[in-house]
Design a binder for this molecule. Structure first.
Ligand code: ZN
Length: 118
């Protein structure tokens, strides 16, 4: 499953960052997942939970923000929401649409348990 390998990468990334910050525990992770990425947020959350077992990310709260797909039409400069990579411009009917948002998967923020503060 594609989501599983991504979940493992996320766990590795946040575990490294937690360690770099001198923390043993990640408490929350905020992700942005584009609706055109082909990833299912639910599947990703499920895989994350499994991948995080016995790592600093175990039990971390995963917040997934889904980003709409967005396209720009170079012909008429219209910007619009798209739900597929094969989008058609609703204004001029052109198919040469630049997808500018919706394919991302990124960690936008990370909260670690900071033992010095608290
Ligand atoms: Zn257009």
């Amino acid at each position: 499953m594609h989501e599983m390998s991504l979940a493992i990468s996320i766990v590795e990334l946040v575990s490294d960052k937690a360690q770099a910050a001198g923390s043993e525990k990640v408490t929350a992770i905020e992700l942005e997942v584009g609706r055109l990425s082909g990833l299912m947020a639910e599947a990703l959350a499920f895989c994350f939970e499994a991948a995080a077992r016995n790592t600093p990310a175990e039990g971390a709260k995963l917040l997934i923000r889904e980003l709409d797909g967005r396209g720009n039409c170079p012909a008429c400069r219209h910007s619009f929401i798209v739900d597929s990579l094969l989008a058609q411009c609703p204004q001029c009917g052109g198919y040469a649409v630049d997808i500018v948002q919706g394919r991302e998967l990124k960690v936008v923020s990370l909260t670690v348990d900071d033992e010095d503060e608290g």
